[in-house]
Design a protein around this ligand. Structure first.
Ligand code: B4P
Length: 188
């Protein structure tokens, strides 16, 4: 069973690549960013809470994010495996994920980290911001705040899983197809 954490800074192509991998490996894709945007779009209490953080480029609190993830996993009780895109983003989320998977007699098998430099990220996200209607892509200050949050709170998750030998860096600059081939090669 493959349980993949698709990792990397904001705008590194996690969502883009997840779509390719789902098709290739038949895994269940869970994107916490997409789940939050769905709640936001429906103006639910969870969406209103998440918006306060997302619009500023900050992470949504762990308690909110972990229970949302667990609920989503409970809706897919017997998957072939998961692609987790945008989760875990903190050490607390990583520990919670391990406990959830352990309760299902499984564990994280791969963490693949898309390696993309900051200036490429800013360029990609500003470009997406022209059409995405995403407040967090709309200005450079918020994008840079997201990168700061990633370096401070999310990047330690790579080292956490590296201890069990599952973390690997993947060059994240190149065509979408090239990167997809690199990721698939790391999964077989
Ligand atoms: P996410 O939705 O996870 O979004 P992301 O980091 O912006 O994007 P991703 O890496 O998926 O990039 P994409 O493929 O779209 O998070 C948004 C926010 O939600 C967070 O800031 C946070 O507030 C909140 N949140 C989510 N999960 C959370 C958690 N676990 N805990 C707390 N808060 C959480 O690619 C970006 C752009 O690059 C696209 O326009 C794409 O077309 C382009 N692109 C992709 N690959 C490319 C390539 N190879 N070359 C050129 N461009 C490329």
């Amino acid at each position: 069973m493959i349980n993949l954490i698709l990792f990397g800074p904001p705008g590194s192509g996690k969502g883009t690549q997840a779509a390719h991998l789902v098709e290739k490996f038949g895994l269940t894709h869970i994107s916490t960013g997409d789940l939050f945007r769905y709640e936001l779009g429906n103006n639910t209490p969870l969406g209103q809470e998440a918006k306060k953080y997302m619009d500023k480029g900050e992470l949504v609190p762990d308690s909110v994010t972990i229970s949302m993830l667990e609920n989503k996993m409970n809706m897919t009780p017997n998957p072939k495996g998961y692609i987790l895109d945008g989760f875990p983003r903190t050490l607390a989320q990583a520990k919670a994920l391990d406990a959830i998977l352990q309760g299902r007699d499984t564990k994280v098998t791969h963490l693949l980290a898309l390696d993309v430099d900051d200036e490429e990220i800013v360029k990609r996200l500003l470009e997406r911001g022209k059409t995405s209607n995403r407040a967090d892509d709309a200005n450079e200050e918020v994008i840079r705040k997201r990168i700061v949050e990633y370096n401070a709170k999310t990047s330690p998750v790579f080292d956490y899983y590296d201890k069990s030998g599952v973390s690997k860096k993947i060059e994240g600059v190149g065509s979408v197809e090239e990167i997809s081939t690199r990721l698939a090669a790391a999964l077989v």
